[in-house]
Structure formats: structure tokens, C-alpha cells
Design a protein around this ligand. Structure first.
Ligand code: ZN
Length: 342
């Protein structure tokens, strides 16, 4: 075959007729449709995988949050059996975790990591000055799904006038709102520094619909005990009562070290973690009865039938031992935190 003929045949075969052109276009269109379907399928698989990655971060054995309790702060202005006749309406073996005095990155970050490893949520009562010093930490705590609450602007442990109380409370809320940049992100939950009760503070909080939290048990993590003892005290007090609000501080190394042990023990003893959030327009309060809010005495308070009072006498001037929080915290808090006196 001459090269010319061969070339003409090649040209002939390569030139498509209108019908074959139509078929090819149709095939290409079908291929494109198939490719789109494949891409959609791949995307769907990726979405599932990403979801799976989240699930992987929360392994089946994790403690987890058993339920979210939505509360109306105006209906129950003060909770915590250590000081008040009401506490959160928890079922037996339900615990609420709270952390005071932070945030401080060196302690708050490992605490967040431990909480994330067990998929549990807590309430952080933050000091306004700390929030101003570490606003990104406030945002991180919020972004990780925990409840942001107020622990005053400067953590004063002294008697305050009504004006001073208003400044401390509003200053704390404002610092938290500014750190997150969303006023809705901050709960109306408040805890007194040193659990110090003051009429001026209570009157102000009542008038503004804020909810004061005391606690049902402490772990003494601000005292000079080792972390194992912090964990032991936390667990033994939780066991004595069976349910309630645990108060810890995210400004101490011993708390960082004790937390994994506390969570492991709670898990092995069948406890569940409840996350508490405030009611909102799109988040109705959890249905509860008045009876469920009544604080019960711990078994150890039943020393004799004549002493079976509903509550031990609440401390009138707060808990003396907790007043040491400020001074214990000195060594741990970075010097740039201005509320800590040197
Ligand atoms: Zn405090």
C-alpha cells in the first residue's frame, strides 16, 4: 500500500460521520454524568469518614455526656447543697463537673484534652481578668462545647457594697462576652469567689435573673495535697452523696493530674456526666418537678435520728478554706494576671 493511500484511509477512518459524532457526544455526556455520580459518592464517603473520625475521637469506652440538663436560671436562683436548700435535679449516679478560676493555658489546655478524651462537658466559672489575659482560651473552651460561666471580674474575697458587687459581676460577664464575641455564648451562671455569700451580691444576682452555683462536693484541690489525694477525696465525697456538682480548679497542676483518675473512677463505678446549659428561646428547659431540686443530706449527715435535718447548716460567710484559693493560685498564675497580688 502506497503511503498516499494509507494516509487517505487514515483520514477516512478518523473523520467521524454525523451519526458517530452524535454517539460520541452522547457517550461523553454519559461519562460526565457517571463522573459526577462518582464524585458525589466519594464526597458522601468522605463526609462519613469525617464523621467517623469524630466518632473515633470519642471511642465506645469513653465516659461521655449522658444527658444535657437545660435549666431556667430565674426559677432556681441558687443551687448547691453545700450552701443552699436547692441543688441541680440530678438522678442517682449523675455528676456535673465544674472548674473555677481559669482559664490559664498551661492547666486549662490539658484539662480540656482530658475532658475531650472522655467526651465529657463541664461548666467553667472564669475570672474576668483571666479571660482578658487569655481570650483565645475562653473561645477554645466555648468552641469545645463547654458552658462558660462567671466568677467575677477580679475574684475578690471580701465584703462588697452593692455597687462593688455590680461592678464585679457585670465586669466578669462583659470580659467573657468580649473574649468570645457573642453575648449569647455566656451563660447566666455565677459562682461566688471562695463561695462567699453576701447579701449585696445575692440581691444583685436575683434582680438580674442570674443563677448562683455553690457545689455539692469539693476535692480540696487548692490545698497542698497530692493529686491522688485530690482524686480520692473527690470520689469518696461523690460516693457518699451519690450525685451532685463537683467543684475543681483549672489553675493547679494537681487538678490536671487528678482529673484522668477521677473520670476513670467515675466510669468504673457507673457514674454519668451531665452537661448543664441555660434555657433559651430555641432551647426549652428540661422538665423537672420542684421535688427534684430539693437538696438531700448525704448519708454521713445522718448521725442520729434527731440530727436528720435536710441540710447541714450552710456557712454564713463562705468557706474559710476556699479563701485560700487566691493565695494558693499565686505560684501557678502567670505574672501578667493583674488580679493576683504579689
Ligand atoms: Zn475562685
Amino acid at each position: 500500500m502506497s503511503p498516499v493511500l494509507a494516509r487517505s484511509r487514515h483520514v477516512e477512518t478518523s473523520r467521524a460521520s454525523p451519526i458517530s459524532e452524535h454517539k460520541r457526544t452522547s457517550h461523553e455526556r454519559r461519562d460526565r454524568v457517571d463522573l459526577t455520580k462518582i464524585l458525589i459518592a466519594v464526597c458522601a464517603i468522605l463526609v462519613l469518614l469525617i464523621g467517623g473520625a469524630d466518632a473515633e475521637q470519642c471511642p465506645p469506652g469513653a465516659l461521655g455526656v449522658s444527658r444535657t440538663l437545660v435549666v431556667d436560671s430565674t426559677e432556681h436562683p441558687r443551687v448547691g447543697s453545700m450552701q443552699y436548700p436547692e441543688t441541680l435535679p440530678l438522678d442517682d449516679h449523675e455528676v456535673v463537673l465544674t472548674f473555677d478560676d481559669g482559664p490559664i493555658p498551661r492547666y486549662t489546655i490539658p484539662i480540656l484534652e482530658t475532658l475531650a478524651s472522655e467526651c465529657v462537658k463541664a461548666t467553667f466559672f472564669m475570672v474576668g481578668q483571666m479571660a482578658r489575659a487569655y481570650p483565645s482560651m475562653v473561645r477554645r473552651v466555648y468552641d469545645e462545647g463547654h458552658t462558660i460561666a462567671n466568677h467575677t471580674q477580679n475574684h475578690p474575697i471580701r465584703k462588697m457594697s452593692a455597687d462593688q458587687a455590680a461592678r464585679e459581676i457585670e465586669g466578669g460577664f462583659e470580659s467573657l462576652r468580649n473574649a468570645i464575641g457573642d453575648s449569647q455564648a455566656v451563660s447566666p451562671f455565677f459562682r461566688n469567689p471562695g463561695l462567699l455569700r453576701q447579701k449585696s451580691v445575692e440581691q444583685y444576682l436575683d434582680a438580674h435573673g442570674d443563677m448562683t452555683w455553690s457545689a455539692d462536693f469539693l476535692a480540696d484541690d487548692w490545698t497542698r495535697i497530692n493529686y491522688s489525694e485530690v482524686a480520692r477525696r473527690a470520689i469518696s465525697r461523690i460516693e457518699a452523696r451519690g450525685r451532685g456538682i463537683l467543684l475543681l480548679h483549672d489553675i493547679h497542676a494537681r487538678t490536671v493530674l487528678a482529673l484522668p483518675e477521677i473520670l476513670n473512677e467515675l466510669k468504673s463505678r457507673g457514674y454519668k456526666i451531665v452537661h448543664v446549659v441555660p434555657a433559651a428561646a430555641d432551647r426549652p428547659k428540661t422538665a423537672t418537678s420542684a421535688e427534684q431540686w430539693v437538696a438531700r443530706p448525704t448519708p454521713e449527715q445522718h448521725t442520729s435520728p434527731s440530727q436528720m435535718r435536710p441540710l447541714r447548716r450552710p456557712p454564713k460567710r463562705g468557706l474559710r478554706t476556699l479563701h485560700d484559693v487566691r493565695f494558693e493560685a499565686k505560684a501557678d498564675i502567670a505574672p501578667k494576671c493583674p488580679f493576683v497580688r504579689s
